[in-house]
Design a protein around this ligand. Structure first.
Ligand SMILES: Cc1cc2nc3c(=O)[nH]c(=O)nc-3n(C[C@H](O)[C@H](O)[C@H](O)COP(=O)(O)OP(=O)(O)OC[C@H]3O[C@@H](n4cnc5c(N)ncnc54)[C@H](O)[C@@H]3O)c2cc1C
Ligand code: FES
Length: 283
């Protein structure tokens, strides 16, 4: 499917719903998870991998993936790294403050396509947040998947997200979790090096594998190449792309990547479609 400007857009897609901030959890030095509850309307339903446009009123609006559990009711969760004006305003807003939420938008991981086979998830940095809903969905239906492997790379041990959940996924749900850091000072006893270096030796059957990859673009490109080199078909390797976005619904063209509008054709796309685009760095 390619993007066209005659794509139908829901009439209320540009109108933010009002959500109130509940609990906020500090995950790392610069990353926070905020919980949101609707002020007046219903809680939105979403699929793992989709994103919303979050509006810090008066500051700006940015795309952020939903990081919660799509299979259970509860507050809407987003895990946000403080990198600039809008992300800072979102995480600095106090409990009870009201934000705007549009969405959910975009494609999903469709993790159920991995049922009956192996699933390999490769995450870099904040990229673990958009993959968390897929992991929670797998955990919910763990018996329907064979081997599940999570390869996760963080900059330093202090940047590791969701530490308690990583341990629980490994110990309680039979997920093979391998964590590596770029910089292993501070008495770190685990692996040091690029997460993509873990792919060649990870234990999975490439012919039955669905691979989900999220992180910086250079890391996703290397991970996808390593997965394909192991024998995973390109259309079974899915990447979540990040692009600058304004509308989120295929109208403004800000997120355009050749014939794709990342906000509606993505953010999750198969490597078979992305490989020729990712090799052109300026796009
Ligand atoms: C589909 C999608 C899902 C995303 N999910 C998350 C998420 O779950 N958690 C999260 O923390 N962030 C996520 N992002 C990135 C987030 O949208 C940007 O960090 C945010 O727009 C930055 O806005 P700002 O005003 O805070 O900073 P700016 O002042 O706009 O930018 C600060 C720095 O971040 C860089 N930047 C800005 N926008 C992006 C972008 N879209 N991608 C990569 N770098 C960018 C800028 O080049 C600059 O270096 C997602 C982006 C997309 C497109
Ligand atoms: S077309 Fe507007 S953000 Fe994608």
């Amino acid at each position: 499917m390619t993007a066209t400007l005659d794509r139908p857009v829901a009439p209320d897609a540009m109108a933010p719903a009002r959500y109130r901030i509940g609990r906020t959890r500090q995950d790392t030095r610069d990353t926070f998870t905020i919980e949101l509850e609707p002020v007046d309307g219903p809680m939105l339903r979403y699929r793992a991998g989709q994103f919303t446009m979050l509006d810090a009123f008066g500051v700006g609006e940015v795309p952020i993936s939903i990081s919660g559990d799509p299979t259970r009711p509860g507050p809407l969760e987003h895990t946000i790294r403080d990198v600039g004006a809008v992300t800072h305003a979102l995480i600095a807003a106090p409990r009870g403050a009201v934000l705007g939420v549009r969405g959910p938008f975009g494609t999903s991981w469709d993790v159920a396509d991995g049922m009956g086979g192996d699933v390999v998830l490769v995450a870099g940095g904040i990229g673990l947040a958009p993959l968390r809903p897929a992991l929670l969905e797998i955990v919910r239906h763990r018996d329907r998947y064979n081997r599940v492997v999570l390869l996760y790379g963080a900059r330093t041990p202090e940047d590791i997200l969701f530490g308690d959940e990583l341990r629980s996924w490994a110990h309680d749900h039979g997920i093979v979790v391998e964590v590596t850091v770029d910089n292993g000072q501070h008495a770190w006893r685990g692996k040091v090096g690029l997460v993509t270096n873990l792919v060649p030796r990870a234990g999975f059957d490439p012919h039955s594998t669905l691979a989900l990859v999220c992180g910086p673009e250079v890391m996703m490109r290397s991970a996808a190449q390593a997965l394909v080199a192991r024998g995973v078909p390109g259309d079974r390797v899915r990447l979540s792309l990040e692009r600058s976005m304004k509308c989120g619904v295929g109208l403004c063209g800000h997120c355009q990547l050749r014939d794709l509008f990342v906000c509606v054709d993505g953010p999750v796309l198969g490597y078979d479609r992305l490989a020729p685009l990712l090799s052109v760095r300026e796009l």
